[in-house]
Design a protein around this ligand. Structure first.
Ligand SMILES: Cc1cc2nc3c(=O)[nH]c(=O)nc-3n(C[C@H](O)[C@H](O)[C@H](O)COP(=O)(O)OP(=O)(O)OC[C@H]3O[C@@H](n4cnc5c(N)ncnc54)[C@H](O)[C@@H]3O)c2cc1C
Length: 468
């Protein structure tokens, strides 16, 4: 059997590319080395972490958020095994869903490690060592990413005491203390999970702000909120050693600017310093597929590598390491392979931190606009002035809209607040259609909703908000 498309890797990039290509009439095979489909996202990433974020937030609310609403409940009791079972069941239903969609779309699947033998040929080595070769006109590399270590520091991740995100979503008891190395999205989400369940969490971050590239106002506000929740954050701190010992593990860090080193101990240390593209065992060197200076598969604007017939998408290529970015690339590439004109708008890719409150962002940050010399206007509206937020005791946070000073076109939107991850999409849709702050401010929003704060922030950017 020869295929139109062979997709290596079934994360959100690969599985979506496969389904879309099959929907467009192409004969598709997928190769996956895990026993289940769905990649990092469904198995050990987005989905299990969100199951735990939701469950731990419910636990926290039951213990802390009810009294002020006039609901008196006894102190909640944690059943961690049951919470983990909820997470596992959520993962199972999602990965089973992908298997169902493959069947429905008549996609052949091969379980084993895929290696590109040459353009048009992929070998699949199963766990028992059996090798088979499949042929296809087009090969899509969608092998995703893996945990990055700490540059220059040898870390022995055992997934019990020194853990990556994979171990951090599967701890069998709540640690008394947890150190999170890296104050990015994954570290802060998983740190929040264990903090809500009772761990004393300390974050150590190299940069002078948390959440890396997010808007400066957003990361400042978010840091204040995390501090209120009891999370300790050390910024501008360089970790120089992580080793087992003491209570569980010891982390040594020093000020980035120079100064005395400090060693702290914790039951569990989470290494969340980012992710690196995963290309091991793919045979890229032999096949002549070029990588860029950060080890990512190099592609052009149409996802083509330097070898004809070989394409790449998702975390293994440039751009934000996000599931929905990988999915959109999967759709666009499938369309291109089917002779259509697939395209991804990289200027409008939302990004969400699923903590409580949530943080969500789309488009440019204020820092990016300044650096690019773009003249802009800022409209900000706090949830303290929003009726629905007051009714829900969810007044923490704000909406910030950035628009072009001359044209009023919206260039970025940033939200810290309850439900930010849902609200961000109206700004994304507006930006996709090239809308202005006035368009957003004049769009009728239902009352009372948190989303009215988005409208008010747009009004603030365009002229003046009503409710402030
Ligand atoms: C804890 C955590 C939480 C996250 N939360 C979010 C979130 O909330 N939202 C979000 O957008 N993103 C989130 N991400 C990031 C998201 O998971 C990735 O951006 C996304 O999974 C990338 O998709 P992908 O298809 O490129 O690769 P992956 O999902 O990594 O899938 C790649 C697949 O390829 C397989 N593979 C690799 N090499 C081979 C080979 N040679 N042969 C066969 N198969 C192979 C792997 O087994 C894997 O299944 C999170 C990540 C983590 C770790």
């Amino acid at each position: 059997m020869s295929y139109d498309v062979i997709v290596i890797g079934t994360g959100p990039g690969g599985y979506v590319a496969a389904i879309k290509a099959a929907q467009l009439g192409l004969k598709v095979a997928v190769v996956e080395k895990r026993a289940t489909f769905g990649g990092t996202c469904l198995n050990v990433g987005c989905i299990p972490s969100k199951a735990l974020l939701h469950a731990s937030e419910m636990f926290h609310q039951a213990g802390h958020g009810m009294d002020a609403l006039g609901i008196e409940v006894a102190a909640p009791k944690l059943n961690l095994d049951k919470m983990m079972a909820h997470k596992d069941a959520t993962v199972k239903s999602n990965v089973d869903g992908v298997a169902f969609l493959f069947k429905k779309n008549k996609i052949d699947s091969f379980i084993g490690t895929g290696k590109i033998v040459s353009a048009g040929k992929v070998s699949v080595t199963a766990e028992d060592g059996k090798v088979q070769e499949i042929e296809g006109k087009n090969i899509v590399i969608a092998t995703g990413s893996d945990v990055a270590g700490i540059p220059g520091v040898k870390v022995d991740i055992d997934e019990k005491v020194i853990v990556s995100s994979t171990g951090a979503i599967a701890l069998d008891k709540v640690p008394e203390t947890m150190i999170v190395v890296g104050g990015g999205v994954i570290g802060l989400e998983l740190g929040s999970v264990w903090s809500r369940l009772g761990a004393k969490v300390t974050v150590i971050e190299y940069l002078d702000k948390i959440l890396g590239a997010m808007d400066g106002d957003v990361s400042k506000q978010f840091q204040r909120m995390l501090a209120k929740q009891g999370v300790d954050i050390n910024l501008s701190s360089k970790v120089t050693g992580v080793e087992k010992g003491g209570k569980g593990a010891k982390v040594t860090f020093e000020p980035v600017a120079g100064g005395a080193a400090v060693t702290v101990e914790a039951d569990v240390v989470l290494i969340s310093t980012g992710r690196i593209p995963y290309t091991a065992g793919l045979g890229l060197e032999e096949a002549g597929v070029a990588l860029d200076n950060r080890g990512r598969v190099e592609i052009d604007g149409h996802f083509r590598t330097n070898v004809a017939g070989i394409y790449a998408i998702g975390d293994v290529v440039k751009g934000p390491m996000l599931a929905h970015k990988a999915e959109d690339e999967g759709v666009a590439l499938a369309e291109i392979l089917a002779g259509q004109h697939g395209h991804v708008n990289y200027d409008v890719i939302p990004s969400v931190v699923y903590t409580q409150p949530e943080v969500a962002s789309v488009g440019k940050t204020e820092e990016e606009l300044k650096a690019a010399g773009v003249a802009y206007k800022v409209g900000k509206f706090p949830f303290t002035a929003n009726g629905r937020a007051r009714a829900m005791l969810a007044t923490d946070g704000f909406v910030k809209i950035l628009s072009d000073k001359t044209t009023d076109r919206v260039l970025g939107g940033h939200i810290v607040g309850f439900g930010a991850g849902e609200m961000i999409h109206e700004i994304a849709v507006l930006m996709e259609f090239g809308g202005s702050a006035e368009d957003l401010g004049r769009t009728c929003h239902a009352h009372p909703t948190m989303s009215e704060a988005v409208k008010e922030a747009a009004l603030a950017a365009f002229f003046k908000p009503i409710h402030m």
